[in-house]
Design a protein around this ligand. Structure first.
Ligand SMILES: Cc1ncc(COP(=O)(O)O)c(C=O)c1O
Length: 452
């Protein structure tokens, strides 16, 4: 197309961007990205942005990673897509074989869709139908944690509890049983991470006592409630949850869409607690952030409840056009090629403590830093108005958004969640980039705090 085009203007003429107040784009127009490499994005003027949020947490191993790109290019010349009912292809079969070796034990039946929300929907429908088909029709309800985030489609949104996304839709959402999530920063039991025994599990216990018999499944983000502000909770909570699910015959759905693939330092967050869920949802890092693909993986036991003569109508009649897409599968195989070598894991072991130490050095001496929390390469800094009382700033001040704008000017793509500044970079980030992005984040935070 002709070089005279004003891309930003035309973008605004046509495009309604996700999760955005479009009026904000008048003062901060969309950045038109032309290429990516490693953790860098380059706009059409050649300006570089360090993508330390992995473009919505999905870019796992850097932009335009040669291993993944080559797999994808080869696949595009071979087979781009094929109906996945009654048809299959080698790439997706190989993916299941290789992934099943890395999954918590018992998870070996794969169902595919094309994004995280659709995977969550699928996991809920599957749980409901499972109980209908094993003669427990009373199990029709679902549980989820406060502050949860599981996506934007109606059932996924119903599972979620972040007002920013759910509030207006409440009249049309499903009625989930809500369990008070652990809140380690503002622990209602006055415990610290060092002396906690998950006393907060008591609320879960109570809800299971009340509603366990009518509940089909509980869905959780294991260890890390991402969208709620990178809230990290202990693995002991997961162990307790696994146990109570078994006691009450409630399926445990681990939404590892954001946490899977070494985001928390281990392949899956569930590995920290040594537990196997009954259903796991994966997306984002699955394809290294290249292609929209999600997987819902479950056990033989659940699969078998759907397996019968056709006329008994037990099949899971759920499909998505792009289920098992070969291009997505080729990228996912590229991701496994890299992860199976083990270098990334070694890199995380070295880089994670370095990153966290640097953040603590740079942020803990700022009077408005409420808490620094970290897991794997994820680091979050909660900015508060009053540190001793843990009181947040008035949301109307949009502290996080002001920091975001300043950091963009300096070439760092942070995307704070409210007033929680966080880093969730591609796993390949090196020390030089860590130094750079932490410095910029600190500078911008101090500048904004000086202005309020
Ligand atoms: C934990 C979790 N579940 C589900 C989703 C929804 O995934 P998608 O945006 O692909 O629908 C997200 C997205 O951020 C997520 O973090």
């Amino acid at each position: 197309m002709n070089k005279e085009i004003d891309w930003q203007k035309e973008d605004l003429n046509y495009i309604w961007h996700p999760c955005s107040q479009m009026k904000d784009y008048m003062s901060l127009p969309p950045i038109i990205v032309e290429k990516g490499m490693g953790i860098n994005l380059y706009d059409i003027n050649g300006k570089c942005y360090k993508d330390v949020v992995s473009s919505w947490w999905c870019n796992l191993l850097g932009h335009c990673n040669p291993v993944i790109s080559n797999r994808l290019k080869k696949q595009a010349d071979t087979l781009e897509h094929v109906i996945f009912a009654n048809f299959s292809h080698k790439g997706i079969i190989e993916l299941c074989i290789r992934l099943s070796k890395l999954l918590p034990s018992g998870l070996n039946k794969f169902n595919f869709s094309d994004n995280g929300s659709s995977a969550v929907e699928m996991s809920l429908k599957m749980s409901f139908q499972y109980f209908q088909q094993i003669n427990q029709p009373q199990k029709t309800r679902f549980m989820a944690l406060t502050d949860a985030y599981h996506g934007e489609t109606i059932a996924a949104l119903s599972a979620g509890d972040c007002d920013l996304y759910t509030k207006i839709y409440k009249p049309i959402l499903m009625d989930f049983i809500r369990i008070k999530a652990p809140d380690c920063f503002r622990c209602p039991f006055d415990k610290t991470r060092d002396n906690c025994n998950c006393e907060c599990f008591i609320d879960c216990q109570r809800q299971f006592e009340r509603f366990g018999s009518e509940t089909a499944a509980i869905i959780i983000e294991p260890l890390l409630q991402g969208s709620a502000g990178m809230k990290i909770y202990p693995s002991l909570y997961l162990k307790k949850l696994r146990k109570i699910c078994d006691e009450y015959n409630v399926l445990l759905i681990a939404d590892e869409i954001a946490t899977g693939f070494y985001r928390t330092g281990k392949m899956f967050a569930c590995n920290h607690a040594d537990i196997s869920p009954d259903i796991m949802c994966l997306s984002k890092g699955l394809t290294g952030g290249y292609m929209p693909m999600a997987a819902v993986i479950t056990t033989n036991e659940i699969y078998n409840a759907f397996y019968d003569d056709y006329n008994n109508h037990k099949a899971f009649m759920h499909s998505h056009t792009y289920a098992g897409n070969p291009l997505g599968a080729s990228c996912a195989l590229g991701v496994l090629d890299i992860l199976e070598k083990g270098d990334i894991q070694q890199h995380i072991i070295e880089a994670a403590p370095y990153f966290n130490k640097l953040i603590k050095e740079n942020f803990l001496n700022i009077k408005n830093t409420g808490e620094v929390r970290s897991i794997g390469l994820i680091n979050a800094i909660e900015i508060v108005k009053d540190k001793s009382k843990k009181i947040p700033f008035d949301a109307k001040l949009r502290i996080g958004y002001q920091i975001y704008k300043k950091a963009l000017k300096k070439g760092v793509l942070l995307r704070p969640l409210g007033d929680v500044i966080y880093f969730n970079p591609p796993l390949i980030i090196n020390k030089e980039d860590i130094d750079y992005v932490v410095k910029i984040a600190r500078d911008c935070t101090c500048e904004v705090l000086n202005e309020v």
